[in-house]
Design a protein around this ligand. Structure first.
Ligand code: UD1
Ligand code: CA
Length: 454
């Protein structure tokens, strides 16, 4: 049976108080709507259609999603009206599942259960029992327990308001029947809207059975209306991601202080300390330790690396056994071979650092190549920018760059070369020799330190 999915996303989202469309607000680093589209694609839906409201062109552009169809609902006349707008694009599918662009965390297992409960000719509703049903549509059943209809909170009488089984809004229906029911909707109700929920009574009238199933957890059907709810769902999402990683063998010293805003693939025996943030695609090998307060953005971290506290790494590759930080900034294009040591207050950008090289303190190394076992002393920097263009610095194997040296690129430091501390090197330094630029040290005879006048 082919499946079409409609995702309703035409609501204004005014309570977000934002210039950004509600469904584009990120959860776990991805727009809310992205989560829902991914869920739909996960179900192997044959067609996915998003119903958007005015101003939604920004959403289409931001999502850049070729696998979904987009339909404009010019005026928000109700959920039934919204689904109806999508029907022309769902011609020919057997069943239609309705999801919501601001309900991001529905599990595919729950939806599979709903789809199974509603085989051919059955209308399937996802419902749930809640302690406080205020605001929700209520599921009205007859004496035998069969679903009769849904009554919206604002249309419910006192008796109906006591019903604690509520409509989550998610449902699945046979496409041909759904089209017919939607055509028959009216807006003769407390809100003057075309209610999608009215199709339930219509199904019962035409003798169609209605089945219900439920989610495993409340947050699967929780919508985001304001930033408080967004933050609540963010915490739930993060707790689940942390638990998944721990079950996969990652040690988290505090799973409540971990944020995944991309994808993380870890080897065995990885330890992640508190307040680590992962963005983009990050791959971590075996036996790696990530120190507290570290941000890893689209990085590859090989086996047995230790990233100490307070580091920011972006678009970098860190070779096996390397040690980074504390307080290191590793910028895009940094590639470390094995056993590299990059220490505190060191910034590396677009640089290849060969095996066992050490840059331990207070350095800037940019647009450079650093040879094997080279040692870049404290405060040494590459002057890669002349104010207009960037130039490369090449440091040979086993070179030793004395502290506080400035290497003015383009420049090459030979293999085994030594640069005297405090030098400004603007010409190539030969292999195995000492190069330095340094004013001679003077001792001034007869000099006396001035004293304060009385
Ligand atoms: C709806 C259900 C209610 C259910 C509740 C669960 C109806 C009539 N009622 O009520 O039974 O308990 O959800 O949260 O369906 N939307 C559009 N276009 C519209 C109207 C709505 O795209 O014209 C979208 C909104 O962006 C929103 C969703 O549909 O994401 C739900 O709409 P909303 O008006 O909030 O429905 P509720 O009153 O919450
Ligand atoms: Ca709502």
């Amino acid at each position: 049976m082919s499946l079409g999915v409609v995702i309703l996303a035409a609501g204004q989202g005014t309570r977000m108080k934002s210039g950004l469309a509600k469904v584009l607000h990120p959860l776990g680093g991805r727009p809310l709507l992205r989560h829902v589209i991914d869920t739909a694609l996960d179900l192997d839906a044959d067609r996915v259609v998003v119903v958007y409201g005015h101003g939604g062109e920004a959403v289409i552009e931001a999502m850049g999603e070729p696998r979904t169809g987009w339909v404009l609902q010019e005026q928000q006349l109700g959920t039934g009206h919204a689904v109806k707008q999508a029907m022309p694009l769902l011609d020919g599918v057997d069943r239609v599942l309705v999801l919501y662009g601001d309900v991001p965390l529905t599990l595919s297992g729950t939806l599979h259960r709903l789809l199974r409960s509603a085989d051919e000719g059955v209308l399937g509703l996802l419902t749930m029992d809640v302690d406080d049903p205020a605001g929700y549509g209520r599921i009205v059943r007859d004496a035998e327990g069969a679903v009769q209809r849904i009554v919206e909170h604002k249309d419910a009488d006192t008796e109906e308001k006591r019903i604690r089984e509520v409509n989550t809004g998610i449902l699945v229906a046979q496409q041909s029947w759904l089209a017919e029911w939607l055509d028959g909707l009216n807006n003769d109700n407390a809100q003057g809207e075309y209610y999608l929920t009215d199709i339930v009574g219509m199904a019962v009238e035409s003798g169609m059975p209605v089945s219900t199933s439920g989610p495993d957890a409340w947050w699967e059907v929780a919508g985001v209306n304001d930033r408080v709810q967004l933050a609540q769902l963010e915490r739930i999402f993060q707790r689940r991601e942390a638990e998944r990683l721990m079950r996969d063998g990652v040690t988290m010293l505090d799973p409540a202080r971990f944020d995944l805003r991309g994808t993380l693939v870890c080897g065995v025996d990885v330890t992640i300390d508190a307040n680590v943030i992962i963005e983009g695609d990050v791959r971590i090998g075996n036996g790696v330790r990530i120190g507290a307060n570290t941000v890893l953005r689209s990085c590859q971290i090989d086996d047995d690396v230790c990233v100490l506290e307070n580091c920011v790494l972006e678009n970098a590759v860190i070779g096996a056994g390397s040690r980074v930080g504390p307080f290191a900034r590793v910028r895009p294009g940094a590639v470390f071979e094995r056993n590299v040591h990059v220490g505190n207050f060191v910034e590396i950008k677009n640089a290849h650092i060969a095996e066992s090289a050490k840059i331990n303190h207070l350095s800037y190394v940019g647009d450079a190549q650093v040879g094997q076992r080279a040692n870049v002393g404290a405060g040494a920097i590459t002057c890669n920018y002349d104010g207009a263009n960037k130039h490369r610095t090449v440091i040979g194997d086993d070179a030793f760059i004395g502290s506080n040296s400035a290497l003015v690129a383009p420049v090459t430091i030979g293999e085994g070369a030594t640069i005297g501390a405090g030098s400004t090197i603007s010409r190539d330094a030969p292999d195995d020799r000492l190069s330095l630029t340094r004013a001679r040290q003077l001792v001034v005879p007869g000099w006396k330190r001035p004293t304060k006048k009385k």
